[in-house]
Every structure is written in C-alpha cells, then in structure tokens.
Design a protein around this ligand. Structure first.
Ligand code: ATP
Ligand code: MG
Length: 283
C-alpha cells in the first residue's frame, strides 16, 4: 500500500450565503501516484470537495490532510507540491500572455530567468500548445484555456494534481488526448491525480479508483469495472452508466456470461465468445 498523500473525512462546508454542502459520509484516501475520479451529479459537491482538499476553503466540520498537513492552514507549504485546475480556468489564468501565466506557477522555485523560460517552454511543448506561448489568454478558446491552466499547474511537476471537470467542454478526440497525456504524466512523474467528472467515459479510461458520491456519502468506490457494473449506485447519483456496461448487464441477466468492457471491440469479442461464435476470449 503506497503512502496516503491526501485524505478527507466527515466534511461539511457552509458558503457565506448559508448554502451548506454536506459531505459527512465521504471518506477519501488517495495514495502517492494514484489516479482517482470523483463522480457526482451537478451540485453534488465535487468542486467544493476539491477546494477543501486544495486548501481554498476551510471546512466547518471534518478533516482534510494533504501530505500530512492541513491544506488550509499550511496553504503555502502544500501549494508548492500541489497543482490544481478548477472548473472555470478563466478565473485562474491571469498572466498577460500564456508564457507569463505558466511561469507564475514556478515563482516559488527561485529559478533564473533562463531556467524559468526553459521550464515554461518544456511544459507548453509537452501539452502541444507551444504555438500559444505569446497569446493573450483572454482570447483563447475554452479548450485552449484549459490546456494553459493545466500547463500552469504542471510546470512545477507537482506530486498531486487536482483537476475539476478537466474533460468538460472538450471534443471527443480532445478527451482521449487529455486522458493519454494525464496517463503519461502520471507514469513519468509519478504524479497522483484527483479529477472530477459527471461523465463516466474519462473515468473509465484513466482512473484506478472511482468514487461515486450521492446523498453526502460514497455510493460506490472501486475500480472502474466494479463501479460501472454497479448500476444501482450510479442511478442513485443520477449518473449515466456507460452503454456497454448496461448491455453487459442485460446479457448477464439473460444468462450470457459476459464481462463488461469499456472498449467496443473487446466487448464484442466477449459476447461472441460467450455465444460460442468464436473460440476463446480476447484477453
Ligand atoms: N460560491 C458559492 N456560494 C453559495 N453556494 C455555493 C457556492 N458554490 C457552490 N455552492 C452550492 O454548493 C453545492 C455544491 O456545489 P458544487 O459546485 O460543489 O457542486 P458540483 O458537484 O461541483 O456541481 P457541478 O457538477 O455543477 O460543477 C450546490 O448546492 C451549490 O449551489
Ligand atoms: Mg463543479
């Protein structure tokens, strides 16, 4: 079991206008290098939970620990090891140019001008947005702006990356490209990632652990395969189960021994094998 780097338990938060976010039944534990997805319906408290973990909000009740510290009280210490991109990147991309903005995230490292420039160029290159370096963030498209915010969060190579709805507003191919990129970052740098989504697809592609939140608690927690086979828990949290998992459920009920697969080709091979139409199963 890897070291726990982020944990949350029994949280409740009250916004200044009195709106209360009750997450007392939610217990999260994220290990070093782990990729976890948090799924919940609109208004389910995803953004609030991530802001509590990032130390931007102070809980009224419950506890949050990040790298063994209280992220609200020890904000600066935690922030040097944590990168975050929130739901509306326009609020956080504030530099006059993309290059300046991404460089802001490296301020605490005391790099020389030259080192700083090289680090910024490297991360822009890695995210495929080197061509945006001189642009004014205000005029970028929503998808471009998300990548700039991600570059800013990644520039310092954080141990923990917090992403609020990183896949929203992206076209289908961009979703896949971002999932691949995040997988590579996780593999190459050992960066743990916590991301939220209200769509199951990116979680199935990327996450090792999926948490489904509903009614202030965790309705399901497990691998994507475990969680997306739990159609009752998904229905409780108003989430749409992936179509192929619904298909597998129907076939299982009809007596066909098929395991759900995310990928359509693999799912088809499962069905054909179970129906005795091809020898053996595809691994
Ligand atoms: N700044 C705020 N002031 C008052 N209430 C808020 C504020 N931000 C969120 N809330 C309320 O807190 C609850 C949880 O909101 P939150 O944004 O955490 O949910 P979410 O799961 O991220 O939703 P979405 O999928 O729409 O992004 C909602 O009822 C919302 O109205
Ligand atoms: Mg949100």
């Amino acid at each position: 079991m890897s070291e726990v780097i982020a944990a949350a338990k029994g949280l409740r938060y009250v916004y200044p206008d009195g709106a209360e976010v009750a997450l007392q039944g939610v217990e999260l534990s994220i290990g070093a290098g782990e990729v976890a997805a948090i799924l919940a319906a609109n208004g389910g408290g995803k953004t609030t939970l991530l802001k509590l973990i990032a130390g931007l909000l102070r809980p009224a009740e419950g506890s949050v620990r990040v790298f063994g510290l209280d992220p609200y009280r020890d904000f600066e210490r935690v922030r040097t090891r944590l990168g975050a991109v929130f739901q509306y990147p326009a609020e956080q991309v504030i530099g006059p140019t993309v290059r300046d903005d991404v460089g802001f995230g490296l301020g605490h490292l005391n790099l020389s001008r030259q080192e700083l420039g090289a680090r910024v160029d490297a991360v822009l290159e890695r995210l495929g947005i080197a061509h945006l370096a001189g642009r004014i963030p205000h005029y970028l498209s929503a998808g471009e702006l998300k990548k700039v915010a991600l570059a800013g969060a990644l520039a310092a190579r954080p141990e923990l990356l917090i992403l609020d709805e990183p896949f929203a507003q992206l076209d289908t191919q961009a979703v896949e490209e971002l999932a691949v990129l995040l997988k590579e970052i996780n593999r190459d740098w050992g960066t743990a990632i916590i991301f939220t989504s209200h769509q199951p697809e990116p979680a199935a592609m990327l996450a090792e652990t999926v948490y489904v939140l509903a009614g202030g608690g965790v309705a399901a927690r497990g691998t994507p395969r475990e969680v997306f086979s739990n159609l009752d828990a998904l229905a409780k949290s108003r989430l749409r189960p992936p179509g192929l998992f619904v298909l597998a459920d129907i076939l299982q009920r009809a007596g066909l021994a098929v395991e759900p697969h995310w990928d359509a080709g693999r799912m088809a091979a499962e069905i054909l094998a179970a129906a005795g139409m091809v020898p053996g199963r595809q691994a």
